[in-house]
Design a protein. Sequence first.
Length: 308
Amino acid sequence: MTTAATGTITETTTGAAGAGARGAGPKAVRTTARRDRRSPLASIALHTTLVVASVVAVFPVLWVLLTSLKPASYATTTDFFKDTTLENYTGLLSDTPFLTWFGNSLVVAGFTTLIGVFTAATTGYAVSRFRFPGKRGLMWTLLITQMFPVAVLIVPIYNIMSGLGLLNRSAGLVLTYLTIAVPFCAWMMKGFFDTIPREIDESGQVDGLGPFGAFWRLILPLAKPGLAVTAFYSFITAWGEVAYASAFMVGDENLTLAGGLQKFVNQYGAQWGPMTAASVLIAVPAAIVFLFAQRHLVTGVSAGAVKG
């Protein structure tokens, strides 16, 4: 008797709730649709803003690309498709030390990326997982080093590199770029490692892994988004930096791309053709690195910004 009564009450309640949901459903849907519907004026304004922003972002790149395909006589004109030629590229590769500069930049950027990723990852993991004397001071140091502008640091770093005999050497540039990339990346990796449960480390220790073994075999594979951001930032820092490369390196055989491009500009004028062609070729490696890292970039930046 009680079960039958309970079933009747349940059916009645369910039926009433269903009827109420069916009665309120269309009205709720209409209300939501009304809220989501954008007025024609707002839609036009949104699309206009997006189109303008896209044009602003693409226009400088397109201008450089089209200028690189023009002969020198039309370099400063808007005749982009008149006498299109590849002479700027062939002349750049055959008549200038561009390939030497390109190779020097690849070496510097490659070592900066590899060492920067390893150093930032191990530093971020240590700060995230362990307690040790000076931990707070280390974190403050990593943060404060980001506050100094490049112009303030050129002279002291120049003196240090001079004392170490690293001026005009790729190793000196690598060390310099690491001082820029590692503090920011280590702070970000620390925030990323904070989001990974500590139970994973503990399970590795139960299985006989040491701290570095747990980091290398268990945690690091889970940190691919953070590592991608670190690698991209380290590469871009070394690939596109100008101030240190110009101050520390002399001689065509030692220059990187940042210093080499300045050869096309002097007090008498600028060689816009070779310069724009070099700019296009310089962008290719950065674009390739971005394509490999792009699927991890948003996740890595977001995760690293959650905790500090």
